[in-house]
Design a binder for this molecule. Structure first.
Ligand code: OOG
Ligand code: NI
Length: 265
């Protein structure tokens, strides 16, 4: 486990930009060389005990993070939790897990074979959260997973790493709101996720979100190389609750659409 939050996020960022070239460009466009404040970082996994959500969460709990919310995505067959650090300058963490038992026997078998390759104890290692895959699937297996779950296919190719970083629009200088950020991104040529509208949520749910569509990046599958969606960048604007505090949770209906940022189209 990491003992230092800043080192962990720095390592996660370096791993993420290595397969997400547009993230660096977005960072330059919005930050202009200055530090950007992250609203949250997100991770994916399977609900198989060896690698489940709690195995990832343990790394953050050890750093003082606390569980604050739970979310269900019935159609996508996913569950998620979010975690917050007592120091609210630290990014929130969103971790989801795929409900493996809800898929066909064939898809379950591919996933179980992958997870069998994870050595015991790997999930406790310092670098687990940016360790990628412990397995190698064929392009045929990848396509088979894709038929039932884009999330499962993404995991088979990319494994354990930050799936996205999220710019905190509230703490971003020079932009009035999320719509202004989206305009700047589109003018610079970035493709936004339009599933459920360019802006998901809004003041009525105290959280507005948008995201780029994931970059395409080469993966060496067992049998061949193939360019597939890697990671994306998200933008979040939070609103003040009637009690005067900023909303710190997530919104399942919006998250459902953000997941689709790694779709191929
Ligand atoms: C997570 C999608 C949900 C959010 O902020 O609502 C999400 C994912 O794509 O793994 O990040
Ligand atoms: Ni997110």
């Amino acid at each position: 486990m990491h003992t230092n939050i800043d080192t962990l996020f720095e390592n996660l960022w370096q791993d993420y930009v290595a397969i997400t070239p547009s993230a660096k460009k977005v960072h330059e466009l919005l930050g202009g060389g200055e530090e950007l404040i992250n609203d949250h970082v997100a991770f994916r996994t399977f609900n198989i005990e060896k690698v489940n959500l709690e195995k990832l969460a343990a790394h953050f709990r050890a750093l003082g993070y606390e569980e604050k919310g739970q979310y269900d995505f019935e159609q996508k067959k996913l569950k998620a939790k979010h975690f917050e650090h007592p120091n609210d300058d630290q990014p929130k963490v969103f971790i989801s897990e795929l409900l493996v038992e809800e898929f066909s026997d064939e898809v379950q078998a591919i996933i179980r074979k992958m997870v069998d390759e994870v050595p015991d104890g790997a999930t406790d290692a310092d670098n687990f959260l940016y360790s990628g895959t412990y397995w190698s699937v064929t392009t045929e297996e990848y396509e088979r997973l894709l038929e039932e779950s884009e999330y499962a296919a993404w995991m088979s190719a990319w494994g354990y790493r930050a799936n996205h970083f999220t710019v905190s629009v509230d703490k971003l200088k020079g932009y009035e709101d999320l719509a202004a950020v989206n305009e700047a991104l589109k003018q610079a040529g970035f493709t936004l996720n339009t599933s459920g509208g360019e802006i998901k949520g809004g003041p009525e749910v105290y959280l507005a979100q948008s995201s780029t569509m994931a970059d395409k990046f080469k993966v060496s599958f067992k049998d061949a190389d193939k360019e597939i969606p890697s990671c994306f960048y998200e933008f979040a604007q939070r609103y003040t609750l009637p009690n005067g505090k900023t909303y710190t949770g997530f919104v399942a209906a919006s998250a459902d659409k953000i997941f689709e940022s790694t779709n191929a189209k």
